[in-house]
Design a binder for this molecule. Structure first.
Ligand code: NAD
Length: 357
């Protein structure tokens, strides 16, 4: 197949880890006879330095005209003093909004050899492979009315509104069922239907959407129980479907089960172009030293192949290469332990490329 990929390295370690993912994608394309065209553009602080804004029109146009976007990270101390609307992080909000990305997919997978890096007991977390799907553009973060008002008798009142329409729930539920189909075919819908009407509707619509996915097992869990079950028995989960706020919280909780931020990829998808990026930031404390872990970004590239291009075999090959490389003992500094082989960012990328077979 032919595909155009917008490559936005961004700031800090973004400039080191994205080239490693591109290197892997190039080798995969060659192996399977695909033609990937890579087009670079500026985003975040890098773009501010060049043209004064974090998301230049040229970058946005490129993203919209591409089949997928691969992003590193944005931000850093150099731009922290800027006014909020001009900060590098605004580029992420702009991209989400302009590309209509309403679903955020965050896998939390534990690589067996890294089980010791987690704060939880090995026998609890071994083998976990969870995908948290978070609705990204609705719910309490966007619902109206919102705001803080002064009360006549003194004091103030803060308001936010949790609101979801049938259509918003339906489209995210579909993403959930489709993702479950690609995996172990089990979907847990997280809600608070015992208290919230918006959750009651959420549950009803999810049950209705399931009619088109009879092969996927569906269960419902209240969010407080889900938070508890994630640390008690995380292996019970395959795909967790969450609204914006519940997903915000549970995706971080699930991520932490696996131990290292440098290992975790993400995908944001919508009606058209998807955005694929590691969950971590620009890590200014380690930038420019060739020590950042490129695995989260390489795994994000694998998600791109699977979710944007439906190239599941190719994505699986990358996943397996990551596992093999870790099994062979290669470690960047963040996941290093005794008896392993310490390598830099580029060496880790090279080792993964060698294991693409
Ligand atoms: P961070 O994720 O950049 O770093 C947190 C810690 O994790 C640091 O100690 C860092 O060294 C380590 N780390 C992160 N990625 C790593 C990797 N690949 N390999 C090894 N270690 C890694 O979060 P932060 O320090 O809070 O934020 C730094 C900057 O990044 C800020 O400007 C913030 O706004 C921005 N940020 C951007 C994004 C994004 O682009 N999506 C996300 C979060 C933060």
């Amino acid at each position: 197949m032919k595909a155009k990929i917008a490559v936005l390295q961004g700031d800090g370690v973004g400039r080191e880890i994205v080239p490693e993912a591109v290197k892997v994608l190039k080798v995969v394309a060659e192996k399977f006879g695909h033609q990937f065209e890579f087009a670079n553009s500026d985003v975040g602080g890098q773009a501010i330095d060049k043209v004064g804004v974090p998301l230049p029109q040229e970058t946005l146009t490129l993203a919209k005209q591409s089949d997928a976007v691969l992003l590193g990270a944005v931000g850093g101390p150099k731009w922290e003093g800027l006014e909020y609307s001009l900060r590098p992080e605004r580029a992420l909000l702009g991209l989400r909004e302009q590309l209509g990305l309403y679903a955020n997919l965050r896998p939390a997978k534990l690589y067996d050899v890294l089980a010791d890096a987690s704060t939880l007991k090995k026998d609890v977390i071994q083998g976990i492979d969870i995908l948290v799907i978070r609705e990204l553009t609705g719910g309490i973060y966007f619902g109206k009315p919102k705001g803080i008002e002064k009360l006549a008798h003194g004091g103030e009142r803060g308001t936010n509104t949790e609101v979801y329409t049938t259509e918003e729930i339906r489209r995210i539920a579909k993403v959930g069922f489709e993702a479950a189909r690609k995996r172990r075919k089990k979907l847990t819908s997280v809600d608070k239907a015992n208290v919230l009407e918006s959750s009651e509707l959420w549950r009803r619509v999810v049950i209705d959407v399931r009619k088109d996915y009879p092969d996927v097992e569906l269960n419902h869990m209240y969010v407080d129980n889900a938070a508890m079950q994630l640390v008690r028995n995380p292996r019970q989960f395959d795909v967790m479907l969450c609204n914006n706020m519940f997903g915000d919280i549970l995706s971080d909780e699930a991520a932490m089960l696996t131990g290292s931020i440098g290992m975790l990829p993400s995908a944001s998808v919508g009606a058209q172009v998807g955005l694929f990026e590691p969950i971590h930031g620009s890590a200014p404390d380690i930038a420019g030293k060739n020590i950042a872990n490129p695995i989260a970004t390489i795994a994000s590239a694998a998600m791109m192949l699977s979710y944007a291009f439906k190239l599941d075999k190719e994505a699986e090959l990358i996943e397996q290469a990551i596992v093999k490389t870790l099994d062979l003992g290669y470690r960047t500094k963040d996941i290093q332990s005794t008896g392993t082989r310490l390598v830099g960012t580029t060496e880790m990328g090279d080792a993964i490329v060698r294991n693409l077979n």
